[in-house]
Ligand binder design. Structure first.
Ligand code: ATP
Ligand code: MG
Length: 661
């Protein structure tokens, strides 16, 4: 290996717009500038304060952080707590039992349930007793494979109550994916449902569990089945138990026990955008502290007055941290929605915002770009004046999508928090603090108080302003992963070996002239064109800034002269589609888009090829899977599509391209 530092990722895009929070927002905000000062003055002391502010400890902790066995951390050493008691019981004890915890909205219209904290308390106690009756105790893993129904949250909390780590598997995953996750965790019980609603139709979940358990020997002793759709299910006597019957038979009250701060709370697999998903495991204390703290400081949740809505699925980390553990630890009121944004119509989200008077909305760039594609007339039909803050997570948000979100959804009044974090980090790490930060479209901006993040070059040295490099975390944080389940060596190798003493997230980033951090996506996706290292995200953003483009994905395809060449796949906005279909128009548009990129970021970034496509391949958590597009761009057989949300997308793309030739 050469010891000379190679070039970092080139920083291409220049975005100057900034938006200060309104005086009204600042006046009511949970966090002010002093939080940054406190954290900078004494980081561990700061976290100790947050831990005692947001979490109720049965036994107080001593040492804040034990890093003596780095990279294996212990936070809040000696502290004991129960996560479920923190999320439920204590709100009832404090007299908030009548507050709605969940405004649940089913996919079929009119199918709704409001569940108060007192009702939730009743449900988690019975569920914990029912699980205990099935032999689940401290340290026993439980797999959860459910649709977005309140029982999913109840199941997670009941496990936490018993000290039984849960492993939630996204309800859209196949029997094989479920099987490997069940066995990796050694789950004793699986909690599932007969089925769930998806795009207007009931679809089965229990059959996938039956198939997963039929694969071979299994650790599973019982399957607990929630009745959701009422469809017929196969039944294995002695193994399968109806949830409603088990809860009814269970004792009404359950005395919760406290567990060590480091007791495992859950295992969760990453979304698999870059390869085989990793089983990430999180401990109880630090995780709960950082979830509640960030939900309060970044989402600015006021539990007494806000109606918060995070649109993620419970099967992803966002659903864990920002549907269950963050908001519930704060005692917030939230919306939980079962279905897709287009069922039964494309205004469903905005109708929910209007009906439930949602004040805080947290969603993903992929959803925002889809709404852009559908056109603003749809959200414009609804009254969304209740909204006060918007959030984004999951991928870089292109500046133009950010602007659309701000103008069309936020009425130019709501601060936007672009939150960078990962399954591994457990909670938000880099984000504006909405009452303090002047936001900049497309940038996650700065680490939040208590977190230290940097952009470094190949040698681990901080890059200068205006340059690109690798995003690293240089100090441990409370909600950090405690490892990869059952594989400590892989934990060290994956995250702690690239740069000495630093956590390497796998993402590229740049620092702009004002010191803001821009996450540029995976370093695996960085392209090398004639020796220039460029990120896909910046070129995608330039394409999306063209008024006819709703979404874009860029890949580097092998090229004889330049090493790699930029290939772009583009989805047009609804109103531009017809135009491109007319003879000749498509070619003109491609030329226009190529020139647009050259104008926005320079001739070096001009794509060799632009393909107009109806859809892009995405993972089940909505992230673009660039490796498949690379296969298309390099005229290869398309690789493994099993973790795609819709596997027919790839044939749609290839078909379209053949006809276009
Ligand atoms: P795998 O690690 O298996 O490939 P994954 O990284 O997609 O899957 P997650 O933990 O769900 O699994 O996603 C975390 C990643 O999502 C981050 O590393 C980053 O690439 C991306 N990401 C999340 N939030 C943002 C954001 N606000 N801006 C840019 N990228 C983001
Ligand atoms: Mg990842």
């Amino acid at each position: 290996m050469s010891t000379t530092p190679t070039e970092g990722i080139e920083a291409l895009l220049h975005e100057q717009r900034t938006f200060a929070p309104s005086p009204d927002f600042v006046a009511q905000a949970n966090a002010g500038a002093e939080l940054f000062e406190q954290a900078a003055a004494d980081r561990e002391g700061f976290w100790a304060d947050q831990a005692r502010k947001y979490v109720q400890w049965e036994t107080d902790f001593g040492q804040v952080l034990d890093w003596s066995e780095a990279p294996f951390a212990k936070w809040f050493v000696g502290g004991r707590l129960n996560a479920c008691v923190n999320a439920v019981d204590r709100h009832v004890e404090a007299g908030h039992g009548d507050r709605v915890a969940i405004h649940w909205v089913g996919e079929p219209e009119g199918d709704t349930r409001d569940i108060t904290y007192a009702e939730l308390h009743g449900m988690v106690q019975r569920a914990a007793n029912a699980l205990a009756d099935l032999g689940v105790g401290e340290g026993d893993a439980v797999a959860i494979y459910l649709p977005m129904i309140p029982e999913a949250a109840v199941a997670m909390l009941a496990c936490a109550r018993l000290g039984a780590p849960h492993s939630v598997v996204f309800g859209g995953f196949s029997a094989e994916a479920l099987h490997s996750r069940i066995e990796d965790a050694g789950a004793k019980v699986v909690i599932t449902s007969d089925g769930g609603y998806r795009r207007g139709k009931p679809s089965g979940l229990k059959p996938a569990v039956d198939a997963a358990l039929a694969v071979g020997e299994t650790s599973v002793q019982h399957v607990l089945v929630v009745q959701r759709t009422g469809q017929d299910v196969e039944w294995t006597e002695g193994r399968d138990v109806w949830w409603h019957e088990a809860l009814e038979a269970a004792a009404e009250t359950h005395e919760a026990q406290a567990f060590d701060a480091e007791h495992p709370l859950f295992i969760l697999y990453t979304s698999g955008t870059t390869g085989k998903p990793k089983g990430i495991f999180h401990a109880t204390g630090g995780y709960l502290v950082q979830c509640a703290y960030t939900n309060h400081v970044v989402h600015d949740v006021h539990p007494e007055t806000d109606v918060y809505w995070c649109t993620a699925d419970i099967g992803w980390v966002t659903g864990h941290s920002y549907i269950v553990y963050g908001p519930m630890t704060l005692g917030a009121t939230q919306v939980m929605y079962e279905g897709t944004p287009d069922t039964p119509h494309q205004g469903r989200f905005w109708e929910i915002v209007q009906d439930k008077k949602v004040t805080i909305l947290y969603t993903a760039p992929t959803a925002i770009r889809t709404f852009m594609k559908w056109g603003r007339e749809i959200p414009d039909r609804y009254d969304m004046s209740s909204l006060k803050l918007l959030g984004s997570v999951g991928e870089p948000i292109n500046p133009e999508a950010w602007m659309w979100y701000r103008e069309v959804i936020g009425g130019e009044r709501c601060p936007i928090v672009d939150t960078w974090w990962q399954t591994e980090t457990g909670a938000i790490m880099i984000s504006p603090v909405p009452g303090v930060t002047e936001t900049r479209p497309g940038s996650a901006q700065h680490p939040i108080p208590g977190i230290v993040a940097k952009v470094v070059d190949d040698m681990g040295q901080e890059v200068a302003k205006g340059s690109g490099g690798y995003l690293v975390l240089t100090e441990p944080w409370p909600s950090m992963l405690r490892g990869i389940w059952g594989d400590p060596a892989r934990y060290k190798e994956t995250y702690w070996s690239r740069f000495e003493g630093m956590y390497f997230a796998g993402d590229g980033a740049k620092l702009d002239e004002d010191g803001n951090i821009w996450v540029l996506g995976r370093v695996d996706d960085v392209m090398n064109v004639s020796g220039h290292r460029m990120s896909t995200a910046e070129i995608e953003s330039a394409l999306v800034s063209h008024p006819k483009v709703a979404e874009a994905a860029v890949v580097g395809a092998a090229d004889e002269t330049t090493g790699q060449a930029i290939c772009a796949f583009v989805i047009l906005r609804q109103e531009a589609v017809g135009e491109a279909d007319e003879a000749g128009e498509g070619q003109d548009l491609v030329a226009e888009l190529r020139n647009h990129v050259a104008k926005e970021i320079g001739p070096i970034a001009k794509p060799r090829q632009i393909m107009i496509v109806p859809e892009l391949p995405k993972t089940r958590s909505g992230k673009i899977m660039r490796r498949l597009l690379k296969d298309v761009a390099e005229n290869r057989e398309v690789g493994d599509v099993t973790t795609l949300a819709d596997s027919s997308v790839m044939s749609l793309i290839s078909e379209g391209l053949k006809h276009g030739d």
